[in-house]
Design a protein around this ligand. Structure first.
Ligand SMILES: Cc1cc2nc3c(=O)[nH]c(=O)nc-3n(C[C@H](O)[C@H](O)[C@H](O)COP(=O)(O)OP(=O)(O)OC[C@H]3O[C@@H](n4cnc5c(N)ncnc54)[C@H](O)[C@@H]3O)c2cc1C
Length: 321
């Protein structure tokens, strides 16, 4: 029997939704190990974050409120996580397959000499705990078995819906004794300021492709996104053409999203793009080319010129109030 530890990710005093999805994965893992699901929150002034995490369906939330963790630094987080994992009999350590998780979880794995699974989309036991993970833009699914006593996992959170209506669990402050690292120092977090929701947390994403032909033409994409309180995304070709910033890129080498509603506007639907959005609940594609591969994954397809269709849709949505 070993416990499962979820590494909480937060920003601006709020728990990231990806952590709630990671708790759902951890619940499935704990059914197999027979252990408890724990969440670890590291940060400063984290009471609100701890309360959010406690309502996420775990058995217990551990937290350390310290100036050492005021800003995320893997060098400071790692020894604290190792200490808590050792003290609490943890056998599986998991984080979201986000920038945070991809930076942190491998470092924790290295400290335990643990085998690591990236982008896990399923876990089961058939005489040994196995994980499923996609490779090659989702065209290959591999089964991975990790044989080390401690296993480290990053979770493809779009595959796991947050647990709804869980009663708040117990919380416990810990003191790991970890001080600021000598080897790394926080200098600055250069955040792109936006009133729109974070791409990976948004319920609606409106993404534009190279077919929009310029950065200015992304204005209509933003207007449609704002009318639905959504986030804006882009294909890699649109980013490479300088129409959209890097952090909007969706796909194999960008972000993976699975909103309730995804608009693919003037995006052809290359497999590398699909790898980042095909888990969306409802996909609307707008493209002039009826043969574009995006229509194969679309729930609603509109063969139309985006320059006419997008403003018309935005106008209708605004008219609905
Ligand atoms: C290793 C690797 C990793 C990659 N990673 C990614 C990734 O993470 N994300 C990603 O997106 N791509 C990625 N790519 C690139 C991918 O292969 C495609 O080149 C890219 O997705 C194409 O972007 P696009 O659909 O915007 O452009 P295009 O393929 O040029 O398609 C433009 C589309 O717009 C349509 N169109 C044109 N005008 C209009 C109009 N007026 N109205 C409506 N529709 C119109 C066209 O019919 C066409 O379908 C990767 C490629 C490689 C090799």
């Amino acid at each position: 029997m070993s416990n499962v530890l979820v590494l909480a990710e937060h920003m601006g005093g709020k728990l990231r939704k990806v952590t709630l999805s990671t708790i759902t994965f951890a619940r499935e893992a704990a059914k197999l190990t027979g252990g408890q699901v724990y969440v670890l929150v590291l940060g400063q002034n984290v009471s609100g974050i701890v309360a959010e995490a406690a309502a996420g369906g775990a058995d217990k939330v551990f937290f350390e409120d310290s100036a050492v963790f005021a800003n995320y630094l893997a060098e400071n987080y790692t020894p604290a996580i190792v200490k808590v994992a050792q003290d609490q009999g943890v056998g599986i350590i998991c984080g979201a397959a986000s920038t945070f998780g991809k930076d942190l979880v491998p470092r924790v794995a290295a400290k335990f000499n643990a085998g690591m699974v990236s982008d896990a989309i399923a876990i089961w036991d058939d005489g040994g705990i196995k994980f499923k993970r996609p490779l090659w833009a989702g065209n290959v699914l591999t089964t991975v078995e990790v044989t080390t006593p401690v296993k480290a996992v990053t979770v493809r959170t779009t595959e796991f819906d947050p647990i709804e209506g869980a009663s708040p669990c117990a919380t416990e402050a810990v003191s790991t004794g970890v001080g600021a690292s000598d080897s790394a120092q926080f200098v600055n977090f250069d955040q792109v300021k936006s009133d729109r929701p974070e791409l990976t947390d948004a319920a609606v994403v409106v993404a534009g492709g190279r077919g929009l032909k310029s950065g200015e033409n992304f204005g209509m994409i933003m207007e449609l996104a704002d009318s639905l309180n959504g986030a804006v995304g882009a294909s890699r070709a649109a980013v490479d053409s300088g129409y959209a910033p890097n952090d909007w890129q969706i796909g194999q080498t960008g972000k993976v999203v699975a909103p309730n509603l995804y608009f693919a506007v003037a995006i052809s639907g290359a497999i590398q793009h699909l790898a980042g959005m095909k888990g969306s609940k409802c996909i609307v594609a707008i493209n002039t080319n009826a043969e574009a591969p995006i229509f194969q994954v679309a729930d609603y397809g509109l063969v139309a010129d985006a320059f006419e269709a997008v403003p018309a849709i935005t106008q209708k949505i605004k008219a609905l109030g």
